[in-house]
Design a protein around this ligand. Structure first.
Ligand code: HAM
Length: 428
């Protein structure tokens, strides 16, 4: 038997319903925020990620799915969404749009060749947003409020917002110098990864999981000591706006994030759910002031975040916040013979087009089997069609709950269902 690739999963049954439930809530939320939906290709030229996410990041150096296409071009399955959205923003000259800032949301699969474990997949899905063209800290706070509100709407209780600032480019460079000087005499105390990080991106030494408890880590210089005034003001404003919205946060000076493009605000939100495990970071994001320029666009800043859908789903499962798996259809049609099937499928079709969820027996069951099936799928009204019904041009309708029976024609049926089915999923 051929099996699914390691680190991937199939969607069917309840999981399919849960994913649609989450997607619908995201879509409605994004309408409220007035963000525009964007979709970019699942594969892009490899160069985009090398330049965008950063050559030395774990994602690009160890985790990309790279391939050469039949035209000898180097391609990469996208490991994250930001670089592709920035590429599209530049290519479609969205910076010339009079409607600024440009606010986009996206949802879809990303691919990372990581070691699979609970909460860590090789094909993962992200919902994310990117905002371009505003350096107002108000937008950082708005972006942070999106996952906070999403988790709240979904009913998640135990979440913790961690924020930090990496400062502007000037502050970040100064801090980098300080770290290089500080860690230089301690290089042989650090793990091999950190010795590499020393050469490539010393800020990342700070969030090393291996060296985390070493004293040299605890005593390392703090970014807050190297921030210039612009950076301090920006961060203070972000915090004020979060407070205005009543969003609790904690400043965590070791939060640096694993991608190279960040400046100023960075943030992550953790699920603090009992037994959830180590992959408890639900989302991450921040501001990036030079990524658009690095990828060949004008000097325009951006800010965004992405949340992992799989981790979100697991958190909702742990907190028991997913809708129950009750099937329900408005009508179930039982054609009694071959001739009745023609009228049966016609009526099913009309009912569906009138906004009622409708099923028809597709297994040629006997009447007992059909009533069992009607119960199994949570039918509200059973409609029986046989010789008798065709001759008299009436339908027999049975309330599957009270077992009351009615006779009526098709037009009357639609009025009847309209009056009796109190659902919001069909138009009045
Ligand atoms: P990231 O922190 O690499 O950021 O990923 C964001 C979220 O995706 C993580 O917090 C996690 O929930 C989920 N995630 C990442 N890798 C995996 C995996 N292997 N399995 C399951 N879930 C995973 C970014 O991707 C940035 N592009 C976010 C961003 C947008 N920054 C600015 N704009």
């Amino acid at each position: 038997m051929i099996q699914k690739p390691k680190g991937t999963y199939d969607v069917f049954g309840k999981k399919g319903k849960d994913l649609i439930y989450i997607h619908d809530i995201i879509q409605v939320l994004m309408e409220k925020y007035n963000y525009e939906y964007m979709r970019t290709p699942i594969f892009e030229s490899s160069e985009l990620y090398h330049r965008g996410v950063g050559e030395t990041t774990d994602i690009v150096s160890k985790e990309t799915y790279d391939f050469k296409d039949r035209g000898d071009r180097f391609m990469t399955l996208r490991p994250e969404g930001t670089a592709g959205i920035v590429r599209s923003y530049i290519e479609n000259k969205m910076y010339g749009n009079p409607n600024q800032p440009v606010k986009a949301w996206y949802y879809g699969p990303m691919f990372r060749y990581e070691r699979p474990q609970a909460g860590r997949y090789r094909e993962l899905n992200q919902f994310g947003v990117e905002v371009f063209g505003s350096n107002d800290p108000l937008m950082d706070a708005e972006v942070i409020s999106i996952p906070v509100n999403l988790y709240k709407i979904l009913g998640l209780k135990g979440i913790k917002v961690n924020i930090n600032t990496l400062g502007d480019i000037e502050s970040r460079l100064k801090y980098r110098e300080a770290l290089l000087e500080y860690f230089n005499p301690h290089l042989n105390e650090l793990c091999e990864d950190c010795r590499n990080r020393y050469e490539t991106n010393p800020l990342r030494i700070l969030d090393c999981k291996v060296d985390h408890d070493l004293d040299i880590m605890k005593n390392a210089p703090k970014i807050s000591e190297y921030l210039n005034e612009t950076s301090i003001n920006h961060f203070n404003k972000v915090k004020e706006y979060l407070e205005s919205m009543g969003i609790d946060y904690e400043v965590n000076e070791n939060l640096v994030r694993g991608l190279d493009y960040y400046t100023h605000t960075v943030f992550e939100i953790e699920a603090q759910v009992e037994g959830f495990g180590s992959q408890n970071v639900l989302c991450g994001g921040g501001r990036y002031d030079s990524l658009v320029n690095t990828l060949g666009g004008p000097e325009i800043c951006g800010v965004g975040f992405a949340t992992g859908i799989e981790r979100l789903l697991t958190a909702l499962e742990y907190e028991n916040k997913l809708p129950s798996d009750n099937d329900s259809v408005d009508t179930y049609i039982i054609p009694m013979d071959e001739e009745s099937k023609k009228l049966g499928i016609k009526i099913t079709n009309i009912l569906r087009m009138n906004g009622f969820s409708s099923e028809i027996d597709g297994m040629s069951r006997n009447i007992k089997g059909n009533f069992k099936q009607a119960d199994r799928i949570g039918t509200k009204y059973v409609i029986i069609i046989g010789e008798e019904e065709i001759k008299s041009n009436t339908l027999t309708i049975k309330n599957n709950n009270t077992k009351e029976e009615y006779k009526m024609n098709l037009e009357e049926l639609i009025d009847f269902l309209d009056e009796n089915i109190e659902e919001d999923h069909h138009e009045d």
